[in-house]
Structure formats: C-alpha cells, structure tokens
Design a protein. Structure first.
Length: 149
C-alpha cells in the first residue's frame, strides 16, 4: 500500500504544522485513488489542542462537497504531533475506529525536531492494527529524515 503526495503538498503539510505549533494542526488530503492532489487545512476545535485534535465539522463538510463535485475522495486525514513521534497515539487509533474513519489513511507530522519534521502515513484497521504506508512524491520514494542515523 502506498500514497502519492506531491512535494508541494508535503511542504504545505510542514508549513501548516509549524504555523499551528505548539498546537496540533489537522486537515484532509483529497485526490483520486492513491494520488493526493488537494489539501484542506482544517481548524482544530479540540479544547486541548496541544495534545489532541478534532476537525471542525464545517471544514469536513467543505472537503466532502469539494470531493463530490470533483469526483474525488478524502484519501487521508493528517495531524501533527508537536511533542511526540510521527506514530498514531492510542487515542488516535481509538478515535479512528470510533468515528468509523478507517478508510482514509492517517498522515502524521512530527515536530519533535522542528528543523527536520518527519511525515509518515498509516492504515488504521478496525481491529486496531496499524500498518505503515509508503509515501511517494513526484515519482520518487519519500524518505523521512531519521534522527541520529
Ligand atoms: Zn495524534
């Protein structure tokens, strides 16, 4: 399994994460099949935005309408972790299952090292299984910079 995220959208993800820091940013990646073509920044309406996120339902509706009108779909839900690794937390996994949003992938942006943000994608299954998805951009494999290696 893989998802193709163009470099321009990768930069927008990082930009959004840095803009909201220390709060978590969140949003949606829209496209067709495995190819992301659009990004919808969403407002994080959670009352503890430093460690949690809730997508503003108005933004979700906007993204759903845009997808329907353009014959596209919501391929991934993204959010940032400003103080932890780019891996879904237990809450992230539970929320994905409870909200029944296990079809889209989950894209995580970690700002633990702000000079080198790390982006990873996952498939969260209904049985709580988390599998990493390969991110490709513009044809080449996207390799996240790994700390101390
Ligand atoms: Zn999270």
């Amino acid at each position: 399994m893989k998802i193709i995220i163009p470099k321009t959208i990768i930069s927008k993800l990082i930009e959004h994460a840095l803009l909201e820091d220390p709060n978590e940013c969140c949003g949606l990646l829209i496209g067709k099949e495995n190819m992301v073509t659009n990004i919808q920044n969403c407002t994080n309406i959670h009352t503890s935005p430093i460690t949690r996120y809730t997508i503003d339902p108005k933004d979700l509706l906007k993204a759903e309408n845009f997808s329907d009108e353009n014959n596209m779909g919501i391929l991934a839900i993204y959010h940032s972790h400003t103080h932890s690794q780019a891996y879904p937390s237990t809450t992230d996994i539970e929320n994905a299952i409870e909200s029944m949003w296990t079809n889209p992938y989950y894209v995580l942006i970690s700002l633990v090292d702000k000079t080198r943000p790390i982006i990873r994608a996952y498939k969260i299954s209904d049985d709580k299984n988390v599998e990493e998805i390969i991110i490709q951009h513009d044809g080449e494999a996207y390799i996240s910079p790994t700390k101390n290696s």
